[in-house]
Design a protein around this ligand. Structure first.
Ligand code: SF4
Ligand code: SF4
Ligand code: SF4
Length: 528
C-alpha cells in the first residue's frame, strides 16, 4: 500500500532480526512506510546516524536492538539507549519532536511484540504528521554559478605570495608535526592541481585559525582562500570528512527548513529576566545542542556561558529579547564549504532578527559574533542591527566603575578564540576583562598579551591525530605554567580542549579547571 510517510528501521542482525524475519515469513502486516536497514549492533548507530535520515526526508526513525543483557558486544544496548535519548532531546530542541525517534529491544522469539511496537510507532508518526524538514533535492539554489579555481586564486591575490615560508613556519598544524604547508598548498592550487586528493585533504585540514595571515608580508588571506576552496570542493561533492559523523552539519542543514520551528529556549532558568520588546536581542548560539551531544564523554556545560551572559545582562539592568525559534548562525556550514545552506540559514535568521525590531544583537559566542557581524554582509545579507560581543558590553559597563571582583583563586591562563582575536582583531578585549578580574592579585594571570594558538579544530571537520597532538601540546604548556584555571572565550574551545583532557591513556595529566570568561566574571562580580 503506498504511503506518504517514511520511517527508517535500524535493526540489529542478532536477536531482533530473527523476530523480524519471522514476521516477513508470516507475511505479517508490517506498516509499509517502515524500511528496514540491517545493522551489526544497535550500539553502532551513532547520534549522527540516527539524525541523518531526518535530513534526508524521514518522518521517523526506529532503532531496534537486543534485550538488556543479551548484547553480544556487551555494551550495545546501553549505548543505543544513550544515543537515542540524546537524539530525542536534540530533536525536541530543534522543533522536530523527540518522539520521532524510538528505541525498542526484543528477543528473537518476540515477533508479535515487535510487530505491535512497529505498528504503534507508525501510528504515532501519522498522528505527528510529516516531518517539517525539507530535503535539499529540488529546492531553489541560493548560490550563483560555481566559481573556478582561477577566479578564487585571483580574488585572493594568491599570486602575491613571495614564497617566503613565514606562513609555514608559524602554521599551527605544521608546528604540531603535520606535513602541511600553506605555501605549498597555495602553490599547488596555482599550478592547477586543486583536484589532486592530497591538495584537497590539505585544504580541508587547515584550522582556518588565521596565524599565517597575521605573518604574511604579502597579506595573502589564507583562511579566506581556504573557505572559498572548500566551497569549490563542496560544489563537486568532495567535501571534508566531518567530525562526529557529520551530526552538526546535518542538524544545521535541517534547520534551513522554514517549516521547522526550533524551541531554543525551553530550558531557561526562571530567574532570568527577558523582555520580548527589548531593543537588545541576545543570540545564544548552539551551546545547548553541544551540551546534550557531549554530556556523556566530555561533561561540558557550554550552555552555562549563555545563562551567565543573560544573568550579567540582567545584573546591568538589561532584559534582552530572545528569539524562541533561534537557529544556528551558519558558521560551520560556511567554513566547511556548504555555502548554499549557509545562505539559507542566514536569510532565515536575517528575517527573524528584523521581525524582532531589535537595534542591537549581543552574543557571547565569537563565531556567532563574527558570522552575524561580518560574514552575513560579505555574502550580501545585511542585518540592520549592530552586533556586539558580550565582552564589549561587559567592558563598557565595568568601565563605568561601579563594580568590583572577588579575587580569583589560583593562577589563570587564557585561550583565545580565533574568530575574536585574529578575525575580528579584538585580542585585547578579553584581556582587559581579565585584568579587571585580577586587579587585586599579582601573578594571577599567565598571559603575554599575544593571541594563543587555536584549540585544534574548527567547523567540525578535519579532526585528526595532529589536532589532538596540538591540543595536548597546548594543555601541557598550560599545566606546566602552574595554571589552575584555563579561561576560554568560545564554547568549542572548551569542547575540543576538554576532549584532549579526557584522553583515558593520559589519566589526569592534562586536566585543568576550564571556564568561560563570561562565567568567570559572573561568579566574581559585585556592586562596589
Ligand atoms: S607568508 Fe605569505 S608570502 Fe610568505 S609564503 Fe606564506 S603566503 Fe607566501
Ligand atoms: S589558517 Fe592556521 S592551520 Fe590554516 S594554514 Fe594558516 S596557520 Fe595553518
Ligand atoms: S577535538 Fe574532540 S570534540 Fe573536537 S572535533 Fe575532535 S573529536 Fe570532536
Amino acid at each position: 500500500m503506498p504511503t506518504e510517510f517514511k520511517i527508517v528501521l535500524f535493526l540489529c542482525s542478532w536477536g531482533p532480526h530473527a523476530a523480524f524475519q519471522r514476521l516477513q515469513d508470516q507475511r505479517a502486516d508490517i506498516p509499509p512506510e517502515i524500511k528496514m536497514v540491517r545493522i551489526p549492533c544497535s550500539g553502532r548507530i551513532s547520534k549522527a546516524l540516527l539524525f541523518k535520515p531526518f535530513e534526508m526526508g524521514a518522518d521517523g526513525v526506529i532503532l531496534v536492538g537486543c534485550a538488556p543483557g543479551a548484547c553480544r558486544y556487551g555494551t550495545g544496548t546501553e549505548t543505543a539507549a544513550e544515543n537515542t535519548e540524546d537524539t530525542r532531546r536534540i530533536l525536541d530542541l530543534i522543533g522536530l519532536d523527540g518522539e520521532r525517534v524510538q528505541l525498542g529491544n526484543f528477543q528473537p522469539d518476540a515477533a508479535d511484540d515487535l510487530l505491535a511496537f512497529l505498528k504503534a510507532f507508525a501510528a504515532r508518526i501519522r498522528e505527528l504528521g510529516k516531518s517539517p524538514v525539507r530535503t535539499q533535492a529540488g529546492r531553489d539554489r541560493f548560490t550563483s554559478e560555481p566559481e573556478t579555481v582561477e577566479a578564487i586564486v585571483a580574488r585572493h591575490d594568491v599570486f602575491a605570495c613571495q614564497d617566503c615560508g613565514k606562513c609555514t613556519s608559524a602554521c599551527s598544524l605544521a608546528l604540531a608535526g603535520k606535513p602541511f604547508s600553506p605555501r605549498y598548498v597555495a602553490a599547488e592550487i596555482i599550478a592547477g592541481h586543486a583536484d589532486r586528493p592530497d591538495v584537497r585533504e590539505s585544504v580541508n585540514a587547515c584550522l582556518t585559525c588565521g596565524v599565517c595571515y597575521e605573518r604574511c608580508p604579502s597579506a595573502v588571506n589564507f583562511p579566506e582562500f581556504i573557505k572559498d576552496m572548500r566551497a569549490y570542493y563542496h560544489e563537486r561533492d568532495v567535501s571534508a570528512a566531518p567530525a562526529h559523523g557529520g551530526f552538526f552539519q546535518s542538524m544545521m542543514r535541517a534547520m534551513t527548513s522554514e517549516p521547522l520551528v526550533p524551541r531554543r529556549w525551553t530550558h531557561l532558568p526562571e530567574s532570568i529576566r527577558t523582555n520580548p520588546k527589548s531593543r537588545v536581542l541576545f543570540f545564544g548560539g548552539c551551546a545547548s545542542y553541544f551540551d546534550i551531544f557531549f554530556h556523556k564523554f566530555l561533561a561540558v556545560q557550554t550552555e552555562r556561558i549563555v545563562e551567565d551572559s543573560l544573568r550579567l545582562l540582567n545584573f546591568f539592568d538589561v532584559e534582552p529579547a530572545l528569539m524562541s525559534d533561534e537557529r544556528c548562525c551558519g558558521h560551520d556550514l560556511l567554513w566547511s564549504g556548504d555555502r548554499e545552506n549557509f545562505l539559507r540559514l542566514a536569510r532565515i535568521n536575517a528575517d527573524a532578527i528584523a521581525a524582532t525590531g531589535a537595534e542591537e544583537i549581543i552574543t557571547a559566542c565569537p563565531e556567532c559574533c563574527h558570522t552575524l557581524g561580518t560574514e552575513y554582509a560579505r555574502y550580501g545579507i545585511e542585518l540592520s542591527v549592530k552586533v556586539t560581543h558580550m565582552h564589549a558590553f561587559l567592558e563598557r559597563e565595568i568601565g563605568k566603575g561601579a563594580v568590583a571582583f572577588k579575587a580569583p583563586q589560583g593562577r589563570m591562563a587564557f585561550q583565545d578564540a580565533c574568530r575574536q582575536s585574529r578575525f575580528d582583531g579584538q585580542a585585547d578585549l578579553p584581556r582587559k576583562l581579565l585584568k579587571h578580574l585580577c586587579a587585586d592579585t599579582t601573578d594571577a594571570l599567565d598571559d603575554d598579551g599575544a593571541p594563543t594558538p587555536c584549540c585544534g579544530n574548527s567547523a567540525w571537520i578535519g579532526c585528526d591525530a595532529f589536532s589532538k597532538h596540538f591540543q595536548v601540546q597546548r594543555l601541557q604548556r598550560v599545566c606546566q605554567s602552574g595554571t589552575t584555571n584555563l579561561i576560554t572565550a568560545c564554547p568549542k574551545c572548551q569542547i575540543h580542549l576538554r576532549c584532549a583532557m579526557e584522553d583515558v591513556l593520559r589519566g589526569d595529566d592534562l586536566k585543568v579547571e576550564t571556564m568561560d570568561l563570561v562565567s568567570a566574571i559572573a561568579r566574581s562580580i559585585y556592586w562596589a
